[in-house]
Design a protein around this ligand. Structure first.
Ligand SMILES: Cc1cc2nc3c(=O)[nH]c(=O)nc-3n(C[C@H](O)[C@H](O)[C@H](O)COP(=O)(O)OP(=O)(O)OC[C@H]3O[C@@H](n4cnc5c(N)ncnc54)[C@H](O)[C@@H]3O)c2cc1C
Length: 438
């Protein structure tokens, strides 16, 4: 270990320069709180930089939510940019954001945080590996923004497969499908995008699903679907009834194409924003298969007793939350261990100077929702100096029961849903805290 220890112990460390880390840096800057950032990749942009070591975007990746519901409010995307920009345009957007607010120079790049721990004399020690050297840095605290969609969740499938197996985290280009019989396991947003990529190259493409899904088109009535019905949220039952009817009109009944009927209501799980999948099913380019029973040599056996041969199996089975540089006890992982138990998915009970950003899954939360998380952390740190009573009141809430952030929706008990929030309920809770601190 190199003994170098940076001495400015008033600075907060920001881990990651993706949308959440940039939002953290920007809000600390706005609040006049010194910060210093560490980013494993060679530049800003997070997973939107396809060359980043933890990036999970692929060549065909575009925004799933539209630009106006996703962008940072203080930095709107230009009119020239498409409604659903590609990862390349998004990387350019984040670079422009970081340069405009002079954030880029505050990060060390190619710098991986390998440990972050409270120091016995107060503050935090952050251990960083860069160019094969480890250095320790003292900081006032840590804002963790290392992303939620990089650590693959790989199911333990029975049996053995003789062909290739690939998790979506490693998928970049559809050329890998050329001439192959492909099975994609899981029909989340990445699974559906990749199935659509594959139909243009593969010999055949099957999509194995466990449950039914709701497919939302990217455009409704000629407008990006997520820009409709913004503003005052409808009560859940009414929104579910109205949107189910609208979807039936636009996309019909996915069971016609072989999908199981969903055994839950719309918005109780993350909706799939993709109708190309239905288009290709309708053209016979793609087939829906049931859940996998076991891998079986040169093929896969399904739960309905059928079996098919494949060359390549793509696991579109999602991601785990992953904070390998932190002692898990600091995060109080919940019962099943799938998500930390944090107040507003941000504040830990263990340490008032440890914050997690970006640990939210929600339909339509956008980068502005992540920006507001960072704004809340910066407001809290400033209040500790300028409005200590308000800061203490927040700390009491951090130690108390968790507010209901479901917006009245009953989410499915899946791993991914363990940190799911309703965007309206969540953003109003965060905004109420920001107002209480100012
Ligand atoms: C295909 C795809 C489509 C998506 N579409 C949308 C969409 O339409 N709308 C939307 O809102 N979201 C979408 N997302 C979700 C996406 O995660 C967010 O948009 C956003 O990137 C989250 O930002 P983040 O900063 O929290 O995490 P990330 O973007 O993952 O950034 C985390 C950063 O932390 C760095 N890092 C990780 N570990 C360390 C370490 N130990 N030390 C230093 N640095 C580290 C990484 O290198 C990375 O740069 C999509 C994701 C994917 C994969």
């Amino acid at each position: 270990m190199d003994p170098t220890i940076s001495t400015d112990q008033r600075t907060y460390a920001v881990i990651g320069a993706g949308p959440s880390g940039l939002a953290a840096a920007r809000n600390l800057q706005r609040a006049g709180i010194p910060w210093s950032g560490y980013e494993l990749a060679q530049g800003v942009g997070g997973l939107w930089d396809i060359d980043g070591p933890r990036s999970t975007v692929y060549e065909s990746a575009h925004l799933i939510s539209s630009k106006r519901t996703t962008e940072f409010a203080e930095f709107p995307m230009s009119e020239d940019v498409a409604d659903y920009p590609s990862h390349r345009e998004l990387l350019a957007y984040f670079r422009a954001f970081a340069d405009t607010y002079d954030l880029t120079s505050g990060f060390r790049f190619g710098a991986e945080v390998v440990a972050a721990a409270p120091h016995p004399d107060g503050g935090w020690t952050v251990t960083v590996e860069q160019d094969g050297r480890r250095t320790e840095h003292r900081h006032a605290g840590v804002l963790v923004a290392n992303g939620t969609l990089s650590e693959p969740s790989v199911p333990d499938l029975a049996g053995k497969f003789d062909g290739e197996v690939l998790h979506t985290s490693a998928y970049k280009s559809p050329t890998i499908f050329a001439g192959k019989r492909v099975l994609i396991i899981g029909a989340g947003n990445s699974g559906c995008d990749i199935a659509v990529d594959a139909v243009h190259h593969a010999a055949s493409v099957d999509l194995s699903v466990r449950r039914g899904y709701y497919f939302v088109p990217k455009y409704l009535f000629g407008k990006p679907a997520d820009t409709l019905n913004q503003g005052r949220p409808l009560p859940p039952r009414i929104k579910q009834a109205v949107d189910t009817r609208v979807l039936r009109m636009f996309t019909g009944d996915p069971t016609r194409f072989g999908f199981p009927k969903p055994d839950y209501r719309i918005y109780e799980s993350h909706p799939i924003v993709n109708t190309l999948v239905l288009h290709h099913l309708g053209h016979g380019d793609l087939r829906v298969r049931p859940d996998v029973e076991r891998l079986d040599g040169d093929g896969v056996a399904f739960r309905d007793g059928t079996r098919s041969p494949y060359d390549l199996v793509v696991l579109a089975t999602g991601y785990h939350l992953h904070y390998p540089f932190l002692d898990p006890a600091l995060l109080r992982w919940r019962g099943r261990g799938s998500a930390p138990d944090l107040y507003l998915n941000i504040f830990t009970q263990a340490d008032p100077d440890l914050f997690v950003l970006g640990m939210i899954e929600a339909s339509g939360i956008g980068w502005q929702g992540r920006y507001e998380q960072a704004e809340l952390v910066a407001s809290y740190l400033r209040a500790r100096r300028d409005a200590p009573d308000a800061a203490r009141a927040l700390e009491e809430r951090v130690a108390g029961p968790r507010p209901d952030l479901s917006g009245g929706y009953r989410y499915l008990g899946l791993e991914r849903m363990s940190y799911y929030v309703n965007k309206d309920a969540y953003r109003s809770a965060v905004r109420a805290e920001i107002e209480g601190l100012s």
